[in-house]
Ligand binder design. Structure first.
Ligand code: ADP
Ligand code: NI
Length: 222
């Protein structure tokens, strides 16, 4: 009789969650384990209504932000290499590992002018799940947390938002956090891939708009 050494999908997911949690122990508040946990949850919810491979969706959601390029001088390969090694160590099917890496490489917004070289329904689900966490109440909290972490101003009426930035411009922008709403957050609703994602995004988008209205009202002393 041959010994069964391969882990079940469930075990692999739980080992991956533990690995990611440890990796992100000192991460900035908007890109920490709780972000991953929310994206993981969103992804499972969206996946219920899409004919996807749930195992790949869950692995993609869990690993999508390890060693984010923003925190490694723009180097994207750090996270990808780590994820590959980790999955190989668990003897995850090579095709599954390749797919997860493609999700990691193509999920990011990067100013909106990045044309992904890959598409799959699994990527679509994880991307929607990640985008949902960038809008709504949580999205606002994350943006200001990231802005504070980077020492950005909250708002400066003299610095206008820039539409359609290149990947380079986007990654090097030092603009106030409110600009990020116009440069990314408000654009996400129309870029959702799935029906469930779109529906969830609409409600969160309205909240962003209300928030901005109130922000400017208060800014003007009203
Ligand atoms: P992606 O990983 O999809 O390219 P980003 O790196 O643009 O996304 O950002 C992920 C999250 O980090 C954003 O949703 C936001 O909360 C925060 N963030 C990134 N860039 C900025 C910024 N310039 N100002 C404020 N928040 C930012
Ligand atoms: Ni993310």
């Amino acid at each position: 009789m041959t010994e069964r050494v391969n882990m079940s999908d469930k075990e692999i997911i739980s080992k991956t969650a533990a690995f990611v949690k440890a990796e992100l122990l000192h991460a900035e508040g908007g890109h920490d384990w709780f972000h991953i946990e929310r994206v993981w949850k969103n992804a499972r919810r969206i996946a219920r209504e899409e004919p996807v491979n749930l195992f790949i969706v869950e692995l993609g959601a869990l690993l999508h932000d390890i060693a984010d390029h923003k925190f490694h001088d723009g180097d994207e390969s750090v996270g990808v290499l780590k994820a590959r090694k980790f999955l190989q160590g668990l003897r995850v099917d090579v095709a599954v590992g390749d797919h997860v890496v493609k999700i990691m490489k193509n999920i990011s917004f990067k100013g909106g002018n990045f044309s992904p070289g890959f598409f799959s329904l699994e990527l679509a689900v994880v991307q929607d799940a990640d985008r949902l966490d960038a809008i709504g109440a949580i999205g606002i909290a994350r943006a200001f947390n990231y802005g504070g972490y980077k020492g950005r101003e909250m708002y400066d009426p003299a610095v206008k938002p820039v539409a359609g930035m290149t990947v380079e411009q986007y990654q090097h922008s030092k603009a106030p956090t409110i600009n990020h709403f116009y440069e990314k957050l408000l654009l996400l609703k129309d870029r959702m891939n799935t029906k469930t994602g779109r529906r969830m995004a609409e409600q969160r988008h309205r909240f962003l708009e209300q928030y901005l209205e109130q922000f400017f009202r208060e800014w003007d002393g009203n």
